[in-house]
Design a protein around this ligand. Structure first.
Ligand SMILES: *Cc1c(COP(=O)(O)O)cnc(C)c1O
Length: 338
């Protein structure tokens, strides 16, 4: 299917050891009630950079540093740039991060605060990526792709290992889906030991590049627009090498959620789970709350447990406060709030 192997994932896990959190898998009573089966949240929100991207970045940058590379460049919707900046600092090498003007200020500042150089280019993730690739070919930087890279995918796959180790009877894993590095990695690792696990990818309706590509049967371009799920923006690359094929082979169901549903999910996380999550991380909760998730049966015919990968916490806190103030606490979706 691809050149990714389970050995790569275990190698990634050894590189991540001590630098990356083995994140908690926490049961949500309110979401379990909504779903009619146990729902557990895989909390990547507690990673040092506030998202799972630290896993792939630490693996990829760590491998480059082991080979003596001293300068890396990347392009990012924010969280990958922050993760590369963190990993580069941990390895004692230089990082330059290209970001488009769509990236929220809080994320730009976070990258700078980690000591990386920042270059703001264009109005889309694709513009930022073109500049990063130019710097790689003309100025001697090593490029660390945000998702379409075997080291990055293997790093994200460690989430899948952790899930099946703690919950071997997991029936379904719901993963936010953009470029597909997270989805491919988690699905690959989980299906190695639990082939029956149902893998669901969720994307915002506005600008869903992987979703459109899966429907078309090949990578296609979509317009990048503003969305609450800003970390899911950007294309998958017309010359996609790994994540499109992996996602296509491993996905059981691809769902789309609206901006309203994402907003309600952010609020649900805040009020019922006591969690601050960014829009991209809320899409799985949104799909559940909207009743879009058909339950998968575990061995024995019971509805088995569902895991939601809650991918990141890096929402602009002013936006979070505005969302929290907008919706009345009696919103029907919040029934059952403690
Ligand atoms: C990058 C990101 C995703 C999507 O990951 P892909 O590998 O691009 O599919 C989801 N959630 C958050 C918070 C992210 O930063």
């Amino acid at each position: 299917m691809s050149a990714l192997s389970l050995a790569d994932v275990y190698r990634a896990r050894r590189r991540l050891y001590r630098r990356v959190v083995r994140t908690p898998l926490v049961e949500s009573p309110t979401l379990s009630k909504v779903a009619g089966t146990r729902v557990l949240l895989k909390l990547e929100t507690v990673q040092p950079t506030g998202s799972f991207k630290i896993r792939g970045a630490t693996n990829a940058v760590g491998e480059l540093a082991e080979r003596g590379i001293e300068r890396v460049v990347t392009a990012s919707t924010g969280n990958h740039g922050r993760a590369v900046a963190y990993a580069a600092r941990a390895c004692g090498i230089e990082a330059l991060v290209c970001l488009s003007a769509l990236v929220p200020t809080n994320k730009v500042e976070a990258v700078r605060a980690l000591g990386a150089q920042v270059r703001i280019v264009g109005n889309s993730q694709d513009d930022a990526e073109r500049e990063a690739l130019r710097l790689a070919s003309e100025e001697g930087y090593s490029y660390v792709p945000p998702f379409d890279d075997l080291k990055v995918i293997a790093g994200q796959a460690t989430i899948g290992l952790e899930i099946v180790e703690v919950l071997p009877d997991v029936a379904q894993i719901i993963v936010p889906l953009s470029g597909g590095g997270l989805f491919s990695g988690v699905a690959f690792a989980a299906k190695q030991s639990t082939p029956r696990v149902r893998m669901t990818g969720v994307t915002m309706r506005r600008g869903a590049a992987m979703h459109a590509s899966l429907a078309a049967g090949e990578p296609v371009l979509v317009d990048e627009v503003d969305t609450l799920a800003d970390s899911l923006g950007g294309g998958i690359g017309l010359a996609n090498r790994y994540t499109f094929a992996l996602t296509r082979a491993l996905i059981d169901e691809a769902l789309l959620v609206d901006e309203d549903a994402i907003a309600r999910a952010i609020l649900h996380a805040y009020r019922c789970e006591r969690l601050v999550v960014e829009g991209a991380a809320a899409v799985g909760i949104a799909a559940l709350l909207e009743g879009m998730v058909p339950r998968a049966r575990a061995t024995g015919g019971e509805h088995g447990p569902i895991v939601l990968v809650v991918s990141g916490a890096n929402i602009d806190m002013n936006l979070h406060r505005r969302l929290a103030l907008q919706a009345p606490p009696s919103d029907s979706l919040l029934r059952g709030a403690p």
